[in-house]
Design a protein around this ligand. Structure first.
Ligand code: ZN
Length: 861
């Protein structure tokens, strides 16, 4: 198979546009009829044919201005209509098969609910269309369906009219007054429980809020509805952005490839990001629901009112909207734990992507399958790039830039450059160099080194920037990096360099080498760099373990304090990995003990500091890794930490018991701290009763899951017993059972493949459902280090066998799950060979999807 990539540079404005769309759906499980009437007009003067995208459609009728079209050609991917007038009405009747749609793109059935997913290029599976984001049209949608089984039938915008037919069907007509690209189209029909509310906007307009969930799940939707109102208020207060339609609808569906989708006025959500109550959801679930609800709501301005010109510009809406939801979550909960969460994603997943064959800039240059580019790079690194602009411009400058962006581009489909240029209008800094973050892939590496000159009593701090070649780009240039940095001396006092910096604590690192000097301040100056993770870079430095502890004690920036402990852990684990655990000496253990002892009251940072860096994070600063040695080193260090701190950990565990469950920040911090500590203690033999006691006394899912995770680290018998009792309680609740699936799949045991086979036979497992597949196969491939990386290659083979099956049904999900197999770069060469052997098996499959083909062929290139 050879497939041609599309290139960003090849963008051309469309030859035709569509201004008005009237769709008419007659719903039936395996033969839904779609009639589409389009007002088409030629753009510019040319005599080209009209080409419309369309896949997997049965064409029943085609007419131009009322007469049956004769001069047209159909292919697998579209329809060419020749000799069309400059403006005309095109009528297209097609038939699709929602029941047979396992890819969950276009129109499909999810547990008896009809729903659509059109981003990025799914609308072409509903009808022939100019399926590209720079064609904006006004839509009206008529839906006809069985009245008894589909009492609710929804589409974008406002309901205009409805009625019943004699044959047991009913119909409804929807109209969306805002022109939109096809990817924001949505239709839903089913039988739901409904929650309603109203929101009054800052200008006094009343908006009806409607949330649709599976029958019987009504009470699990209340939190999402409250979160929505908080998000609406926050966007008014922070960015002056108000909602623009009279009605805002959210539907939760059980089968969904991604998290959620921002269709205009009608968001469709993976039920995992809507449904939450104390019994069934963890604190983390509540957090995620609030953040995804906010994310999709914020898209109404950053995505829908101003959309992308082409899909290469995806980060225009996604990077910006992730940044906005991060700021919201931080305001609703707490800045520190949010920032740490975001940085973990960058260090565990985004750095890995940048180091792999899938490396791409936040604005990609080349794409075979667009669905492969909904990545941590476009989303999370994209958000980091927006955050750097926020840092450089300041809160007011950033707001002024946003205001200008909407003033210029409301109602348009634009580019990342358009965004940067709106931001440029609000600052004196030349963003020209900064904008290279959009075009350059890879993780910049900063190295910080010191030298002391006794004669002049001068410490010189040199920061070098290196941008190594990546799979997609050989030529790199220095980036414009805002580096938050503070300096402390031996007594813990803050000192400043001889040179002026950009602002207090902010240094611009925009060259290969940047130097600062400190004269007359002694030799012991500790730089604390990358405060608040001010840029998405890797940083190495020449700090000693004692200096990391010193940093924890005296730095002002809370993130840096946390990071100092993480760097120290990383250093310690390296000693274990190098077979010299004794290098982690009494001084270090004592220093750690004192650091923890001094922080007993600071529950938030304490809880985060007691988390040992993940295996995935450790990999990002190493190469030629011996997987089992590193994993063992990590565990040995973690166990030693538990032993050394045991009495303190017990104190913390007891001090952080909470009252009756409530999802509020103080309790969340206490539970987080308590469960992290339990996880550490679980490595010690005497912890069994404590785990059981927590499991039995728990009145909420957070503590229950905390106990199960601890048991997983403790011993297999205890783990199995608690897991069985959990399953008895939750066996008919798939969303909760996903946690159980995932815990089983991440358990490091010799017979894990047999376990996975059992899980796949579980009555609640379904290969059609992405959440189940991710819980079992995803958890295994991403997080079961010993199982996935078994020395005989059996873990890789298992994943490959599974993907060969799954790809035939759902290429999007298959393509996400292949990720760990493509990220072989950090491992030893024998392991790389084992992984590539399985990738090669995938490539041999002649029926491989575009999605998998793109990732696998790159990984083998
Ligand atoms: Zn988004």
């Amino acid at each position: 198979m050879t497939l041609v990539a599309k290139r960003r540079d090849d963008y051309r404005a469309p030859d035709f546009t569509i201004t008005d769309v009237a769709l008419d759906f007659v719903l039936a499980p395996d033969s839904t009829r779609v009639t589409s009437e389009l007002k088409v007009s030629r753009q510019g003067s040319h005599s080209k044919s009209l080409y419309l995208d369309g896949e997997q459609l049965t064409l029943l009728e085609l007419s131009v201005d009322g007469s049956a079209a004769q001069d047209y050609q159909q292919t697998e991917s579209g329809l060419t209509i020749n000799n069309v007038p400059d403006t005309f009405t095109l009528r297209i009747v097609t038939e699709v098969n929602p029941a047979d749609n396992k890819a969950l793109e276009g129109l499909y059935l999810s547990n008896g609910v009809y729903c659509t997913q059109c981003e990025a290029e799914g609308f072409r599976r509903i009808t022939y269309y100019l399926d590209r984001p720079d064609v904006l049209a006004k839509f009206t949608v008529k839906i006809t369906g069985d009245k008894a089984s589909l009492p609710t039938m929804l589409a974008n915008g406002n309901p205009l009219e409805s009625g019943a037919n004699d044959d047991g069907t009913h119909w409804i007509l929807w109209q969306d007054p805002f022109p939109k690209p096809a990817y924001l189209f949505a239709l839903v029909a089913g039988d739901f429980d409904q929650l309603t509310d109203t929101f009054t906007t800052q200008s006094g307009k009343s908006v009806a809020l409607e949330l649709y969930v599976d029958k019987g799940k009504r009470s699990r939707g209340e939190f999402a509805l409250e979160a929505l109102k908080r998000a609406m208020r926050w966007d008014e207060e922070t960015f002056g952005l108000e909602y623009d339609l009279d009605i805002y609808m959210i539907v939760a569906v059980d089968f969904f490839n991604m998290g959620a989708m921002e269709n205009k006025g009608l968001n469709v959500f993976n039920s995992k990001f809507v449904l939450a109550d104390q019994d069934s959801a963890t604190d983390e679930d509540f957090f995620n629901v609030e953040s995804v609800i906010a994310h999709e709501y914020f898209h109404n301005w950053t995505g829908n009112r101003v959309t992308c010109r082409d899909w290469f510009q995806l980060s225009l809406k996604e990077g910006l909207t992730v940044f906005r939801d991060q700021q919201f979550s931080s305001d609703m909960t707490s800045p520190l734990s949010n920032r740490i969460k975001q940085v973990r994603v960058m260090r565990e997943h985004q750095f890995a992507e940048d180091a792999s064959a899938m490396s791409h800039p936040i604005r990609p240059d080349e794409v075979i399958e667009m669905n492969n580019f909904y990545t941590v790079t476009v989303y999370d690194k994209g958000a980091e790039v927006i955050r750097m602009m926020h840092t450089l411009l300041g809160v007011d400058g950033f707001r002024a830039g946003m205001d200008e962006y909407f003033r210029r581009h409301d109602g348009q489909a634009v580019t990342c450059d358009d965004f940067v240029s709106a931001m440029q209008s609000a600052t004196d800094i030349d963003l020209g160099h900064f904008a290279r973050w959009y075009s350059q892939s890879g993780t910049p590496q900063l190295a910080l080194a010191r030298a002391y000159n006794e004669q002049t009593d001068t410490v010189t701090v040199t920061i070098t920037q290196r941008n190594a070649p990546t799979a997609d780009q050989t030529e790199k240039a220095a980036l414009f990096i805002p580096l938050q940095i503070e300096f402390i001396d031996a007594t813990g006092q803050h000192v400043t360099p001889d040179q002026a910096m950009y602002a207090d604590n902010l240094l611009i690192v925009d060259k290969d080498t940047t130097t600062l000097t400190f004269t007359g301040k002694g030799s012991a100056i500790t730089p604390v760099a990358l405060g608040n993770f001010s840029a998405p870079v890797k940083l190495t430095s020449d700090l000693t373990p004692a200096e990391w502890l010193h940093t924890f004690r005296f730095a002002n920036d809370a993130f840096s304090r946390w990071d100092a402990i993480q760097q120290l852990y990383n250093w310690c684990i390296e000693q274990y990995y190098q077979q010299q655990p004794h290098a982690v000496d009494e001084n270090i253990w004592q220093g750690l003990y004192q650091a923890v002892e001094a922080s007993l009251q600071e529950t938030e940072i304490l809880g985060e500091c007691l988390v040992v860096p993940s295996f995935e994070t450790l990999c990002q600063s190493r190469s030629n890794i011996d997987v089992h040695a590193l994993n063992t080193a990590r565990k040995a260090f973690s166990e030693a930490l538990a032993e050394q701190l045991a009495d303190l950990l017990l104190t913390i565990y007891q001090a952080n018991q909470t009252d009756a469950y409530d999802y509020q920040p103080e309790q969340v911090r206490a539970r987080r701290c308590k469960n992290v500590v339990l996880g550490l203690l679980a490595q010690l033999p005497e912890c069994k009763d404590r785990i059981i006691a927590q499991f039995e006394a728990s009145d909420n899912m957070t503590d229950t899951l905390g106990a199960l995770k601890a048991a997983q680290h403790h011993d297999l018998v205890l783990f199995s017993n608690l897991m069985n009792s959990f399953e008895q309680r939750w066996h008919d609740d798939p969303l909760v059972l996903d946690k159980w699936f995932s815990l089983h799949a991440t358990c490091e045991r010799g017979d894990i493949l047999a376990q996975l086979t059992l899980l796949r036979q579980h009555p609640q497992f379904s290969q059609q459902n992405p959440n189940r597949v991710r819980a079992v196969v995803g958890s295994f491939a991403f997080y079961n280090t010993t199982g996935f990386h078994a020395d005989d290659g059996s873990g890789y083979r298992f994943l490959t066998d599974y993907l060969l099956e799954l790809d035939k049904q759902n290429p999007q999900v298959a393509s996400r799950l292949v990720t760990p197999l493509t990220q072989w770069q950090h491992y030893s060469s024998t392991r790389q060979d084992l992984m590539k052997r399985q990738l090669a098996r995938l490539l041999e499959d002649s029926g491989l999807s575009k999605d998998l083909y793109e990732k696998v062929s790159k990984a083998l290139a």
